[in-house]
Design a protein around this ligand. Structure first.
Ligand code: ADP
Ligand code: MG
Length: 599
């Protein structure tokens, strides 16, 4: 983890090195100044020599000016280093996330990735800045000040040894407890973020179901848990200050007591005593700083780990060594395909075997797609129908290799999908996902998102095929109308039609529509199917749907149940041979719209 994170310092190395250097210089100045003060007092004031006061005062001013300059430079470089570090971390994560396959994303969850990109990076940025500034300053201050104390009066520095021992023990006790609490704080923080992200992204659903109260309660609960933990942690941390003060005053009293004796004895001057007072403060606050950085580092270790996980995650779907760069035709062959989302149980790992656990075996019901073998000819229109959760979307996503099969193989155009160049495959197998999205930008931007060099004419043709032209032309700015984030200003059916048009622009050999017309009325649905059939006869069309009407005109229909294909035939044949299909058909056609009629 440390190696991954350190690599991201790369481009800000100079600033990261300059910061401690300038801080060290600043510390040296800061340590020298009290010593010069003692000269002013002893050589100037005590002797009544105003010339010496000016002389040493002048030296002190110069030192202070240097100290200030070094301080300013250190501040600037540390800001550059830490913000640059954060930028590099975000860049590295973002770039790697772009290579993620669906299963990589499933592993982290989208909201988890957002938290890692924001909160976690902030934590690390703060810790890094503090590390650069304090890790040099505090030990240097400590060492220099102790050295100066011993130099001024060895006997009196024993006081520091005792003070350090007391403060050290107290800080250790406090901190070991805070660190434990802080780890919990971050977990609660994650919970809170989850509630917020889930709620904000689903705010329309929340409103539609009038669940605001429930959501408020859920949020309050998460916020309260965080609050009480924070109170406990912070009150514990706040103990630091009084403890420190007790030790400081203890030191001052002992210093005055012994100092007075030494001055009377003649082996200590008033000026030296004054500088000892300054050094004691420096030493104790250095210790304090060291303890704080320890807390901060422990706190950010968790964040660092979460960030390193994202940066180091290997995309599990990558280009093969010698990828096939063109798709010959739109035929699709499934050969004993099995797929499970539950990868952990797939094979016994050495770790589980060593732990004496038997490997979890995958049962039949773990397979979202189970032993599917079928051949779809190029240019064929194939419907997929079945209850929710029966594996339709999963089956469709396997074709464009959104997930890799667990067993068996899928061929498109006679070539295993794992042998294709990924971009080639996905350009030729165009998918409209069930959870489709539009991006903020104009209608045209969104269409060209699928094919950046598409001409306006091409875009219009695609929209015509997807029956999207009719509503786009009615929009105030036509193709230049701005779509809001997430497609908030178009209806569900309009959004679906835009997504279909976007997929058509790729001129694919295979077009997969996953429940892509569910929000369109039946008439529009039928018109889209017809135009696809009439104007794109050479394209293989896979149409996943809940409505029999959406698929019954397809050449053949796949009927699915619990991951298995129970029928693959024409509408007429399925009505005769497939019970599930007949049932779906009967329910949807005979009873439609008339709920009062007794069965
Ligand atoms: N990303 C996922 N992670 C784990 N399980 C999933 C995921 N997506 C779908 N599933 C599960 O796989 C099964 C098939 O889902 P899906 O193919 O989406 O069904 P359908 O499209 O027919 O409604 C369901 O049991 C569902 O819970
Ligand atoms: Mg689905």
């Amino acid at each position: 983890m440390l190696k991954t994170l350190l690599k991201q310092i790369g481009s800000v190395k100079t600033a990261s090195i300059l910061t401690p250097i300038f801080i060290a210089l600043e510390v040296v100045m800061g340590v020298l100044i009290p010593y010069v003060t003692s000269w002013i007092i002893d050589e100037g004031i005590a002797k009544g020599d105003i010339g010496n006061v000016y002389k040493y005062g002048g030296i002190m001013l110069v030192l202070a000016a240097f100290s200030m300059t070094f301080g300013i430079l250190a501040g600037r470089f540390s800001a550059m280093a830490s913000s640059g570090f954060a930028r590099n971390l975000r860049d590295a994560m973002f770039r790697n996330i772009q290579t993620f396959s669906f299963s990589n994303i499933d592993k982290f969850s989208s909201s988890g990735l957002v938290t890692r990109m924001t909160t976690d990076v902030n934590n690390l940025q703060n810790a890094f800045q503090m590390l650069l500034r304090v890790s040099v300053r505090a030990p240097l201050n400590l060492v220099f000040s102790i050295f100066m104390c011993v130099f001024i009066n060895t006997q009196m520095s024993l006081i520091f040894v005792i003070a350090l021992a007391i403060l050290g023990t107290a800080l250790f006790l406090i901190i070991s407890r805070t660190v434990k609490l802080f780890t919990q704080v971050f977990k609660k923080y994650d919970d809170l973020n989850n509630v917020v992200q889930e709620n904000v992204s689903a705010i329309r659903v929340v409103k539609a179901f009038v669940r605001e109260d429930y959501e408020n309660k859920k949020f309050s609960k998460a916020a309260r848990a965080l609050y009480s933990l924070f109170v406990r942690t912070e009150s514990l941390m706040a103990l630091n200050h009084p403890v420190m003060m007790v030790v400081v005053y203890g030191c001052i009293i002992s210093l005055s007591w012994f100092g007075a004796k030494h001055i009377v004895g003649g082996d200590l001057t008033t000026g030296q005593l004054t500088s000892l007072f300054t050094y004691v403060m420096t030493i104790l606050s250095a210790l304090m700083m060291l303890s704080m950085i320890f807390v901060q580092l422990t706190m950010s270790a968790a964040s660092g780990k979460r960030i390193a996980e994202v940066i180091n995650e290997k995309a599990d779907i990558v280009n093969p060594a010698n990828p096939v760069m063109s798709v010959p035709d739109g035929s699709i062959d499934f050969d004993h395909v099995r797929f499970t989302y539950n990868k952990t149980g797939a094979l016994p790992t050495p770790a589980t075997l060593m732990a004496g656990q038997s490997a979890a075996t995958i049962t039949d019901c773990d397979y979202a797609v189970n032993d599917v073998t079928l051949h779809i000819g190029s240019g064929e229109t194939v419907g997929i129908i079945g209850g929710t959760g029966c594996g339709k979307s999963t089956l469709a996503m396997l074709i464009s290799r959104m997930y890799d099969v667990s067993q068996g193989s899928i061929k498109v155009g006679g070539v295993d999908v794992r042998d294709y160049d990924l971009e080639t495959l996905r350009d030729n197998v165009s998918m409209v996902l069930q959870k489709n999205v539009l991006f903020s930008g104009t209608v045209l931007d969104n269409l060209r998102w699928g094919k950046s060099d598409a001409s306006l004419e091409e875009c219009k043709r695609a929209c015509k095929l997807a029956c999207a032209d009719e509503f786009i032309e009615e929009m105030p700015d036509g193709y230049d109308t701005v779509i809001e984030q997430g497609g908030a200003n178009v209806s569900g059916g309009q959004k679906q039609r835009l997504c279909i048009a976007r997929a058509l622009l790729k001129n694919p050999k295979v077009l997969v529509l996953d429940d892509s017309t569910s929000a369109c009325d039946t008439a529009t649905d039928a018109r889209i199917s017809k135009s696809l059939r009439d104007y794109m006869p050479e394209v293989t069309k896979i149409i996943v749907a809940q409505r029999v009407h959406s698929v019954m005109n397809a050449n053949r229909i796949i009927v699915m149940e619990s991951g298995r294909v129970t029928g693959f035939d024409t509408h007429d044949n399925l009505l005769k041979t497939n019970e599930i299909y007949r049932e779906i058909y009967n329910i949807q056609t005979q009873d439609s719209g008339d709920f009062d009629k007794p069965k």
